[in-house]
Design a protein around this ligand. Sequence first.
Ligand code: FAD
Ligand code: GLY
Length: 391
Amino acid sequence: MSARPQSSTRKIAIIGGGVIGLSIGWRLAASGLSVALFERGKAGHGASWAAAGMLAAGSEVEPGESELFGLLKQSQANWPAFAAELAQASGLDVSLRTEGTITIALSQDEVGRLRQTYALQQQLGVNSQWLTRTEALEREPYLNPRLAGAILVPGDHQVENRILVQALKLAFTRAGGSLFEGIGNAGIKTASGRAVGVSAGGIDYPADTIVVAAGPWSPEIEGLPAIASPPVRPVKGQMTALAMDPTSPILTHVLWTQKAYLVPRRDGRLLIGATTEERGFDTAITAGGMLSLLESAWRALPGIEEMPIIESWVGFRPGSRDDAPILGETSIEGLILATGHHRNGILLTPITARTIARLVLTGETDPAIAPFGLSRFEDQDSKGTKSWKSA
Ligand code: FAD
Ligand code: GLY
């Protein structure tokens, strides 16, 4: 990279106002840079609004994702300090709940699968605990009494992601960041192999550095050179919320069952999520999606039967080809990617904000994100194993 202009004169543009763009913007504005964030709609109303807010590094662990698990674990460890700092900067409490997460098995077949998950967790060093039926029911008395086994991950917490986006927005603007909302699609301008600015809603904003944080829409940004386009696609998720009595909730831990998870909020909402569908940007809430979620949730927690449904919605996870985020520089000078957070963007917010801010400020790639650059796909492509554009 060529010499960076002095901090006070450097202009940074961020495209996308979800948790990723807002948190990076907050960190950079607080460091004294001039930061403009361009959000085509309402900031925080993409995937970041649709999410369940689970910080589930241990419970969502998948075979073959040990490198990603390392990143998730680091970000999970950063969450308490991040939430406290954000509360101070914004005046909003993001409701970090620390009861932990329970995953249950309701048949012998499910027990077999849960034992495999437990073995993987033990291998990766997750602090998890096998619970007998009695031990699980002691913690959550309204669970289906037929349950055959369970795992408790005490360190898998949750936050209220809809407050999180409001807090980040406040923290960003209070730190001096400029937020342009409702301006339609922002585009990128490049000249001689470097990023030079953003155009949006009639504004032409010259920038020394541009951060692409547009979630699953990132590859569609006008002017983004093909060589820097992240292989990210929308992975549809339908969710629904029921109303519990907040004074006597029937669930306190986050609960995972075979085809659904349930997330109790302090205000009495019980979130039930989520489908995982390859249907592009299809916004339909379907009978099949709702049936599958409600049936699975009801098997786990029969007491939901009489609860009113208060909201149902759809969101789009920014899924990359290997399900890990895409973080770091591109071969276009001054153009940085922070996208592809897939199922874990809320969990990964603290580490993404810290490491991308460091990259912008110093030009240094933090070792935590070194394995997650765009070039990992170029390497695969040059070996002829996969096509870069077929996320
Ligand atoms: P978004 O929040 O989608 O923000 C991108 C923004 O960019 C949008 O506001 C969009 O309007 C804007 N934009 C797009 N194109 C342009 C353009 N050209 N110009 C200007 N603006 C543009 N993660 C967890 O950690 N825990 C969970 O429990 C969890 N649950 C989830 C449940 C569901 C149903 C879904 C869908 C996701 C869930 N996730 C969860 C994943 C998480 O929500 C995402 O990984 C994260 O929100 C991605 O944040 P983002 O800022 O990259 O994207
Ligand atoms: N992490 C939960 C989801 O993506 O549905």
